[in-house]
Ligand binder design. Structure first.
Ligand SMILES: Nc1ncnc2c1ncn2[C@@H]1O[C@H](COP(=O)(O)OP(=O)(O)OP(=O)(O)O)[C@@H](O)[C@H]1O
Length: 311
């Protein structure tokens, strides 16, 4: 069986003259969470709308579970669940009434609807609100109902557009946990601006900027995209700043940042860090902390965005 549940091949789209996205290709594995990143106007919604079958691409193809979305939209959409940015909830229906409506729309066979609804509610932790009007639920629980409608037909692939938008910090933690749980047995594509969300939830990252794919890799590869060029050290009996500078020709600066702490900047590979460790033992410097300073996700995001602007 193919390892991917979704294949996106050479998507390009223009609304008028300008290309909104061009030549976007990627595959989504059968489980786990892929984050789709990009700044405002980068092309995320265009890409998501095409993948969900809400927009026909000018060029390119999307296969969901091997089915061509454009040629066989109904069949392909059976494998797809979608929670748009604004959850499509009917506030004056109860949770059960609404999920029943969604299950019918999603062509769940009538003799399976009851079980499908009970299962989706149980997964989303809303079984105790079955008879509650959706309009009377908190924002966090409304979002859970939104996720329940996206999985009520047991799709293999779920698309969530900014799923924690507008939730309070406790609700955010709970909804992220729920997303991780549902991604254990299906693929989730999550669009978000919030980098801490990406770090907390995603296994894979695709980033678009100016309509083009500027990054495709794992969360770890994204996190390590910019090579570190400094480390912090703390020592009980530090040598002089000159001695520290002399550890390697690749050290460019030594800065005192606390009574016993220094920031050391360097060029090239992490070999400098190894040299430092060896000399600290030989010199009995009482090293008790060493921390390589990695770039924040914001810095990585900014660097990738800038690269596109400059092209
Ligand atoms: N219906 C439309 N008609 C014309 N241009 C559009 C339309 N929708 C989007 N665009 C343009 O296409 C480009 C990509 O927009 P898109 O909405 O896909 O980006 P996005 O990454 O989702 O942005 P945001 O995070 O702000 O929603 C932008 O330049 C946008 O102005």
């Amino acid at each position: 069986m193919n390892d991917s549940v979704v294949e996106v091949i050479g998507l390009s789209h223009r609304y008028s003259e300008q290309w909104a996205i061009s030549n976007i290709s990627f595959e989504v594995k059968r489980n786990g969470i892929m984050g789709l990143l990009g700044s405002n106007g980068a092309g995320k919604s265009t890409t998501m709308n095409i993948i969900c079958g809400a927009l026909n691409p000018t060029v390119g193809q999307v296969f969901i579970n091997g089915v061509d979305l454009r040629k066989h939209p109904e069949e392909a959409k059976r494998f797809l669940g979608f929670l748009p940015q604004k959850a499509p909830l009917f506030l004056d229906l109860t949770v059960d009434e609404y999920l029943n409506h969604c299950a019918v729309l999603r062509s769940v066979p009538s003799n399976s609807i009851k079980n499908a609804i009970e299962d989706a509610k149980a997964r989303c932790g809303i079984s105790h609100f079955s008879k509650r009007l959706i309009g009377n639920l908190s924002g966090g629980y409304q979002q859970r109902v939104g996720i329940a409608q996206a999985i009520v037909h047991s799709p293999k692939f779920v698309v969530l557009d900014e799923p924690t938008n507008g939730l309070d910090p406790n609700q955010i933690v709970e909804v992220r946990k729920l997303i991780k749980e549902i991604a254990e047995e299906r693929a989730v594509l999550l669009s978000t601006h919030i980098l801490s969300e990406v770090q907390a939830t995603c296994d894979e990252i695709r980033m678009v900027e100016g309509g083009k794919m500027v990054f495709a890799g794992s969360m770890m590869e994204f996190d390590n995209y910019i090579e570190p060029d400094s480390f912090l050290v703390s020592m009980y009996s530090a040598p002089s700043m000159n001695e520290l500078s002399a550890v390697s020709n690749n050290i460019t600066s030594v800065e005192k940042v606390g009574i016993e702490s220094f920031r050391i900047r360097y060029l090239g590979s992490n070999a400098v860090v190894n040299s430092f460790l060896q000399l600290s033992v030989l010199g009995d410097w009482g090293l008790y902390e060493l921390k390589i300073e990695k770039s924040s996700l914001d810095e990585i995001f900014a660097k990738l965005s800038k690269q596109t602007e400059n092209k």
